[in-house]
Design a protein around this ligand. Sequence first.
Ligand SMILES: [Zn+2]
Length: 619
Amino acid sequence: MRTIFTNPNHKRLQRLWFGLIILMIACRAAALPFAAAEPQPQPPGLQAESPTPAPQPAQNPAEPGPTPAEPGPTPAEPGPTPPAALPETPSLPIPQPAPAEPAAPPQVILHPEGGLYVGDQVSFEVLPPPDGLAGANQVSLSLAGPAQAHFPVPQSLGTQRFDAFGIGGRTQATFTWAWDTHGLAAGAYDLTFTLLPDGPTWTQTLELQPADQLPAAEQGATWSLARSACCAVYYITQTEAERDLPQLLQDLDAQAASAVGRMGITFTAPITITLVPRLVGQGGFADDTISVSYLDRDYTASEIGRIIHHEMIHILDARLGGSYRPSILVEGLAVYQSGGHFKAEPLMPRSAVLLDQFGSPPLAGLDWYIPLRPLTDEFYTSQHELGYLEGASLVEYMVRRWGWEDFSTFYRDIQPPTSGGQASAINTALKRHFNLTYAELEADFLQALRSEPTSQAWRADVELTVRFYDSMRRYQQLLDPSAYFLNAWLPDQKVMRERSIVADYLRHPSAPINLALETLLAGASRDLIAGRFEQMKARLDAVNLVLDAVQAGIPDPLQASPLAGRYARLVEQISGLGLAVQRLEIEGQSASAWVRDGLTGLREMQFTELENGAWQTSP
Ligand SMILES: [Zn+2]
């Protein structure tokens, strides 16, 4: 007998997921396909590791961004699972003459990541076997506990369909918080998964560790709420957000005041903000609430205040309304009104270097300019940093030309296109308001960019910003895929709070290779912001050499780069001292490390490199 979960909350979850997706792409999405193994066409001059997006189907005109795939149904109440359910399927594969049965098992991604402990509420993402599903469309999971446990054996965790998941539409079966381990015995549990309708079945062993071995930072950590003048702020205790809360609340109020001043409209209700102690995507996403990653080892090159300001502009922009706001103008407006995308930056001078030539006498530009019509119609699948920069410059150009009031009136009067995509809608509104086609506007915009004073420094800044974020996303794809925006693990935060779930955010991959590459990326982001371009290139090259080796399946990929190897040896030395590294700087044979001191404190330590490559602490 087959069991299919029915879920009364499914529609609500669907809506919530949809909202998250829309604004996650709206704010942080980048246009990289999941499979990085094969070379992709890319803008000239981009690194080989920076794949550009595959073309996407036309967007739904009513909704900004690609239509998100709906996740598989989630158990309505994934609390304690029914006791003593019998296995639903035979434990042996059923012979299948054709099509051929998959030989290798599906990949199962567990949440929380990084080890399971008694008390965890565990989720499973089951990916199709490497050879494909061979006609299967569902998978059932069951668990058998250790012999000594008082545990109904085996226990069904239900059945889920293979379906498209996340922005990237990855095919998987999703079991959200399907296994509640409260009160269970520690030990080895056998997870059996069976493809339906006809098998086969595989079993893999999960190790459930005792609750008292939970990392210290997680023991006692729980959700908490703080309020400021503008905002209701959810955070997890014992994290950096709790440590810095007084300053964060002040900063939020300052950002809200700025956003209100820029848009000339006030918030009608407190803004709900969740401070997430793990990097997801590029650090921020929003639906009708805002989520921002806040952690010491943040390896993005973003200012958190600017991310929050950007999201606040979206909320106010939505309040001002408009029957059809094209994505390029929605995002362009948020960047323009925030004075930059990831940092304060002049928009027109940075866009000017995207052309084939810039300045006078002309210097060679990056030649990365994406023509407005394809960029408008495929905004969220175009190269992320370029699309946002061009959109923001275009908004700035229009505001300069017609003034804010006339621009805003035009923007909010754009109507859904009767045919074609978002570019057609803009074209029609431009003709009605300014007697101008989109192509004519672009010609004028390009002329303005060509005459814009700019510099080689902005060219380097734009080039390295694109290179940095492409490398960062590549790291996530290969070594922390649940942080990668296309497959991001974005649990329902309201349910997380109701069920006191914090491990999905607190625990994530932290092997030496993760710590080494994250500290390298974080260092590269500081170099980028400070304009230390040569040092930044060296750190980014180290990251990409290691990722090349990971992708090629080379054992010990950290040895692919001498610099990454030095970081890794230092990271392991620090971990061996029982400390968690947050930030590293190596200069000559000396290193400064900022490590976690207590639950959230930071302490600087000095190290010296020995001739054999090992590091030792310095006084
Ligand atoms: Zn945005």
